[in-house]
Design a protein around this ligand. Structure first.
Ligand SMILES: [Zn+2]
Length: 184
């Protein structure tokens, strides 16, 4: 089936910028990174992912600028209760792609584009490793649920007591308390 073949080609082209086919000016790409994407890097820490990747590639002469925004959530394991924990991701990748041998480039300063060197012969630029690295680096070292949101069963099991805070003004927060007063 012709349609299926095209679909497969489109899937293979995920995270690939076709440098040869780029029109001068701005070219836009949209990809989604999911569980499969992180599995392909054999990453066991990221259990699931729903990430939208918006890319604008600007070509002007030999200059190729890549603006890539990655937004969504990844699911990791909570360090405290080992339950699943969704972490927001909001990463901006700003690259300047250059042809030629890699020069001794310095680390980009804040606000500067990271310079990526690719061989003259490369017809395409695979963004997957870069997207993967940026997302992983954006995640905090400590990954825990907000206070009180850990799985209480798991916490019991792992022997970490959960402090249950009893608020003194609970009656005020409870709408039924007010109703109760009305019927007195
Ligand atoms: Zn937790």
């Amino acid at each position: 089936m012709r349609a299926q073949i095209y679909l497969r080609v489109a899937m293979n082209d995920k995270f690939i910028i076709p440098l040869n086919g780029l029109a001068a000016g701005k070219n836009e790409f949209f990809w989604q990174a999911d569980r499969e994407f992180f599995n392909s890097f054999e990453n066991a820490e990221i259990l699931d992912a729903q990430l939208d990747t918006d890319v604008i590639v600007e070509k002007s002469g030999r200059y190729i600028g890549v603006d890539c925004d990655v937004r969504g959530t990844v699911t990791v394991e909570c360090d405290r209760c080992l339950d699943e924990l969704d972490m927001p991701v909001d990463v901006e990748i700003r690259l300047s792609v250059k042809y030629g041998m890699e020069e001794n480039s310095e680390e980009p300063q804040p606000g500067e584009r990271e310079v990526i060197f690719i061989p003259d012969t490369d017809a395409e630029f695979d963004m997957s490793q870069i997207i993967y690295d940026y997302v992983c680096l954006s995640l905090p070292m400590q990954r825990v649920h907000d206070e009180g949101e850990c799985n209480p069963e798991a916490m019991k099991y792992y022997g970490c007591p959960i402090e249950i805070e009893v608020s003194e003004d609970e009656d005020v927060a409870n709408p039924f308390a007010t109703l109760k007063d009305l019927f007195k």
